[in-house]
Design a protein around this ligand. Structure first.
Ligand code: MFK
Length: 184
C-alpha cells in the first residue's frame, strides 16, 4: 500500500487488543444502521456487506458487485470500491466500542472488478494514537486468497455520539442504537 504520512501511524502508536464484550470470533457483525449504503439490509442498491470478526480486532467481509455499482459498462465504479473499503474499515473501528468517522481514505486500484465478482474484504488497525486510528484494508477478487484488486489506508477520528445527532438524524440513531447516549 502506498500510504501517505497522514495515514501512517506515528512513533508510539499502539495496537488494539480485543475488548471485553467484543463479538465472539467468527460471529457475524450486525449493521450499524439498516439504511447504510455499505452494510444496511434496507438499502435497495447498497453494498450489503456481510462481515465477521475472526479475532475481535480485524474484520473480514464479502461484497458482490451488482448492476447498481457500475462505472464503466460491466465494471465496478471506483467510488463504490472506495465505499466498500470505507465500510469494512468503519466496521473494524466499531469493534473498539467508540464512535469514529473517516478523516482520510486513500485507495489503490490494482485491477478492474467485473459485475458479479465477489470481493473478499479485510480490514485491520495499524496503530492508535489519541483520537486517531490508523487502518488498512484490501479487497481480493473471487476468493479470500484471490488477487488483490483494491487496497486502502485510512485515518479515522474518534467523535462523540453527539456528532451524529448534531449533523444527522438523532431519532434514527436512537431507534437502532439503544447502547449509546446521543445527547449527553
Ligand atoms: C451511529 C453510528 C454511525 C457509524 C458511522 C460509520 C460510517 C463509516 C465511516 C464514514 O464513512 S464516516 C463519514 C465520512 N466522514 C465524515 O463525514 C467526517 C467529516 N469530518 C468531520 O466531521 C471533522 O472534520 C472530524 C470529526 C473528522 C474532525 O473534526 P474535529 O473538530 O473533531 O477535530 P480536529 O479538526 O481538531 O482534528 C483532530 C485531529 O485529527 C486531525 N484530522 C482531522 N481530520 C483530518 C484529515 N482529514 N486529515 C488529516 N488529519 C485530520 C487533525 O489535524 C487533528 O490532529 P491533531 O490532534 O494532531 O492536531
Amino acid at each position: 500500500m502506498t500510504r501517505s504520512a497522514i495515514t501512517t501511524p506515528p512513533p508510539g502508536a499502539t495496537l488494539p487488543e480485543p475488548l471485553p464484550g467484543a463479538p465472539a470470533p467468527g460471529s457475524p457483525l450486525g449493521s450499524h444502521y439498516s439504511r447504510c449504503f455499505g452494510c444496511g439490509d434496507r438499502h435497495p442498491t447498497g453494498l450489503h456487506l456481510s462481515a465477521v470478526t475472526p479475532d475481535g480486532v480485524t474484520v473480514t467481509a464479502e461484497f458482490t458487485v451488482g448492476e447498481a455499482h457500475q462505472g464503466a459498462p460491466g465494471l465496478a465504479h471506483g467510488g463504490v470500491l472506495a465505499a466498500a473499503m470505507d465500510e469494512v474499515i468503519g466496521m473494524s473501528v466499531w469493534l473498539f466500542q467508540r464512535p469514529y468517522v473517516t478523516g482520510r481514505l486513500e485507495t489503490d486500484y490494482l485491477a478492474p472488478v467485473p459485475v458479479g465478482t465477489t470481493l473478499h474484504l479485510r480490514a485491520w488497525c495499524t496503530g492508535m494514537s489519541g483520537r486517531k486510528a490508523y487502518l488498512e484494508a484490501e479487497g481480493r477478487a473471487g476468493a479470500p486468497d484471490g488477487p488483490v484488486a483494491v487496497r486502502a489506508a485510512a485515518l479515522f477520528i474518534e467523535v462523540g455520539m453527539e456528532h451524529f445527532a448534531e449533523h444527522g438524524d438523532a431519532q434514527a440513531i436512537l431507534a437502532e442504537h439503544h447502547e449509546y447516549e446521543v445527547n449527553p
